[in-house]
Structures are given as structure tokens and as C-alpha cells.
Write a protein that binds this ligand. Structure first.
Ligand SMILES: C[S@@+](CC[C@H](N)C(=O)[O-])C[C@H]1O[C@@H](n2cnc3c(N)ncnc32)[C@H](O)[C@@H]1O
Length: 212
């Protein structure tokens, strides 16, 4: 076990979720209880909230005693302990690597723009780490399967949802230009497209090199 634990937050539909505001994942409390006690020991949760510590204790054969100043918390914890359960995390099972969908080139571009990477989102590949005009700036890299217009539309819609002040589209294919590029969208050609443009500019016939 390393000294940094990666434990996913509870998703809204997780079966262990009981709606208590400060509820922690059973996975977290289970690890803490496991490394600090032996089977059969008794664990005290003096600020037990929804009872996660006692649920974890119960699931790995420890006894639990909970205390909380809030009557609501006590009732929720009691109810929860009638059927202690833990949500299996698909992320932990499959490993974080399985969720990383970016190619090396895409990662390099996002890295050079100093972005936080976003996985599994059709419209956004990352956000600049710095805000512009007090709002996020979304970045998208055009996919090989998308034409330019589709990429513009996907990014524009996603950027609106995230209330972005600006968006950046990295154009990876030299196909037709979009008719309506939103005024807050910046278009930047990727390295390959820029190189092709330069070559074609100086050696007009070089475009034959790129026809497949
Ligand atoms: C962060 S929550 C615990 C959440 C819990 N780990 C869970 O997963 O649900 C802290 C709890 O401490 C309780 N608390 C605050 N002051 C307290 C006190 N003086 N005595 C007992 N409980 C207290 C609150 O009611 C709250 O439920």
C-alpha cells in the first residue's frame, strides 16, 4: 500500500449512499480500520455520522460503537447497520489506466497548454488550469473521426454547459472551415497541420505527398 490512496468519491447512485452530507466511502474507512485493528477488535466512531466506520468494521469482522450528537445521524446509522453494504468501485477494479482515453499526442498537446485532462467527454478534452475572466476555458482536440464543423459544435455546446468564458479547438485535419465559429472560440492548428501548411506554402506540389 502506498502513502497516497486513490479512492473514488461515491457516485450519486452508489448503493451505500444514504444521503448524509459528510458521508465517506466505506472503502476509505475499511482501509483505516483494517490497518489499525485485528479481526474481533472493537472500533469506536465518536463522530460517526451516517455510521460508515461501523459499517466498515462490521464488513471485516470487527465490532463497532458509534456516537453522534445528531439524532438524524444516529437513526441513519442504525438503519444502515441493519444491512451493511459496500459499493464495489469499477474504477478500482479495472484500474485508472483503463479510463485514460487520450493518445500520447493528445496528452502532449494538453500538457503544453497546461491543462487538467478530462477523460470520456465528447466535447471537452481538458481545461486550462488558469481561469479567463473568472470562468473556465475548455480545450478540445478534433478527433480523426470528426469533421471540423462537428468538432466546433461539440466543443461549443460543452463549453456553454460548463459556463466557459472561452474555448480552444485544436484542429487536426485540414478539412472544410466551419461556417459559424463562435466569437469566444480560438482555433489552433496542431503541429502536423501547421507543418503541412508551411510545406504547401513553399513547395506547392508537396501536397501530393499527403494524398493517401
Ligand atoms: C464529518 S461527519 C462524520 C461523517 C461520517 N464519517 C460518515 O461517513 O457519515 C461528523 C459528525 O460529527 C458529529 N458531531 C459534531 N460534534 C459532535 C459532538 N460534540 N459529539 C458527537 N458528535 C458530534 C456531527 O453530527 C457529524 O455527524
Amino acid at each position: 500500500m502506498s502513502d497516497v490512496w486513490e479512492i473514488p468519491f461515491l457516485n450519486p447512485k452508489a448503493k451505500e449512499r444514504v444521503g448524509y452530507p459528510a458521508q465517506k466511502p466505506v472503502e476509505l474507512l475499511e482501509r483505516i480500520v483494517r490497518i489499525s485493528t485485528d479481526a474481533g477488535d472493537t472500533v469506536l466512531g465518536p463522530f460517526c455520522g451516517s455510521g460508515t466506520t461501523m459499517v466498515a468494521a462490521e464488513l471485516i469482522n470487527r465490532k463497532g460503537i458509534g456516537i453522534d450528537i445528531s439524532q438524524d445521524a444516529v437513526e441513519i446509522a442504525e438503519e444502515r447497520l441493519k444491512k451493511p453494504c459496500k459499493t464495489e468501485s469499477r474504477l478500482l477494479k479495472t484500474g485508472i489506466e483503463a479510463y485514460k482515453t487520450k493518445s500520447d499526442i493528445e496528452r502532449a498537446i494538453l500538457n503544453q497548454l497546461d491543462c487538467d485532462v478530462v477523460q470520456r467527454n465528447k466535447g471537452i478534452d481538458g481545461f486550462l488550469k488558469k481561469y479567463y475572466k473568472n470562468a473556465p476555458v475548455a480545450v478540445k482536440i478534433q478527433k480523426a473521426t470528426e469533421n471540423f464543423n462537428d468538432a466546433v459544435e461539440l466543443l461549443n455546446n460543452a463549453g456553454k454547459k460548463k459556463k466557459c468564458s472561452a474555448t480552444i479547438l485544436i484542429r487536426t485535419q485540414d478539412d472544410s472551415l466551419a461556417i459559424n465559429i463562435p466569437s469566444n472560440m480560438i482555433i489552433i492548428d496542431d503541429y502536423k497541420t501547421q507543418l503541412q501548411h508551411k510545406l504547401v506554402q513553399f513547395l506547392p506540389n508537396v501536397s501530393d505527398l499527403y494524398t493517401e
